[in-house]
Design a binder for this molecule. Structure first.
Ligand code: SF4
Length: 285
């Protein structure tokens, strides 16, 4: 097992004191240490938002990309070197708002990526507007009379879109979260982990006490992670009881990177350079 300190960068997190994202970062570092992954074998890619600053705080390859565009960049990295552990991180606004189109197609493709969403049910970086996972009638700066839109259900969305590993964690349960990350990183296929990660500054409803009163672990209720219908049923639970843990895991589906004939010969980053045959171009003239 590696030392957790190996994964800490020289840049200190700039999140507000008490932000849930600290738990997400610490648990991810713990999981990578317990899996003994070398930083050179990890790439962390993010979009834009408070949570998307995470790659700067993590010692590995990393890229802080555009709002909602982390998955296309991560997909390119994975195609270039599918031996790399590519971990995508971001928030609910980034992933379930502007980036949701990319997310759906990555899930149905089953590209082997680990996607961690720090879901605080609000836009934190822009000082507190309604996000896709804000509950209906939530009052925020952008919805002073209450949010009129239905709350997006990321777990049901992921299951419907074909993600082969679907889980939820809570940053107030860091040891449990690290275990979920370990399974997600080792999973063969697209793994999404939605994390209740409270924004202590702008979301005064979905707080640590709110989640602590409500979360329960799926494994404590003998949930069968191979059962798609059971997972979809659990995904509908929202209210006084909020399930965390692995909803669904299916390693039987082929991944996109192993199905693609060119990639099946090994990572592009290790392929021999072959100049393009100019006669091919003549076919298009
Ligand atoms: Fe975290 Fe909210 Fe502060 Fe952003 S504004 S760092 S999400 S507590």
């Amino acid at each position: 097992m590696a030392d957790v300190a190996v994964y800490k960068s020289e840049v200190k997190p700039d999140w507000c004191p008490g932000c849930g994202d600290y738990g997400v970062l610490n648990s991810l570092q713990k999981a990578c240490a317990e899996l003994d992954l070398a930083p050179k074998d990890i790439m962390v890619v993010s979009g834009i938002g408070c949570s998307s600053n995470l790659p700067g705080f993590f010692n590995s390859y990393g890229m802080h990309t555009l709002h909602g565009r982390s998955i296309p960049v991560a997909s390119g990295a994975k195609f270039g070197n599918h031996e790399m552990n590519v971990i995508v991180t971001g928030g609910d606004g980034d992933g379930y708002g502007i980036g949701v189109g990319h997310l759906i197609h990555a899930m149905r493709r089953n590209l082997k990526l680990t996607y961690i969403v720090m879901d605080n049910q609000i836009y934190g970086l822009t000082t507190g507007q309604t996000s896709p996972t804000s509950e209906k009638m939530t009052k925020t700066k952008s919805t002073p009379a209450g949010n009129l839109e239905n709350q997006l259900n990321p777990i049901a969305l992921a299951l419907a879109a074909g993600a082969s590993f679907v889980a939820r964690g809570f940053s107030g349960e860091p040891a449990h979260l690290a275990e979920i990350y370990k399974k997600a990183i080792q999973h063969k296929g697209f793994a999404i982990v939605d994390v209740f990660s409270p924004c202590v500054t702008y979301n005064k409803t979905n707080t640590y006490p709110f989640f602590k009163e409500r979360v329960y672990k799926l494994e404590d209720e003998n949930h069968d992670t191979n059962n798609y219908e059971a997972a979809m049923k659990k995904a509908q639970e929202w209210g006084n009881r909020l399930p965390i843990g692995v909803f669904y895991a299916n390693s039987d589906r082929p991944t996109y990177d192993e199905s693609e004939p060119v990639l099946a010969n090994g990572p592009l980053s290790k392929a021999a350079f072959k100049p393009l045959d100019p006669s091919i171009l003549l076919e298009f003239v």
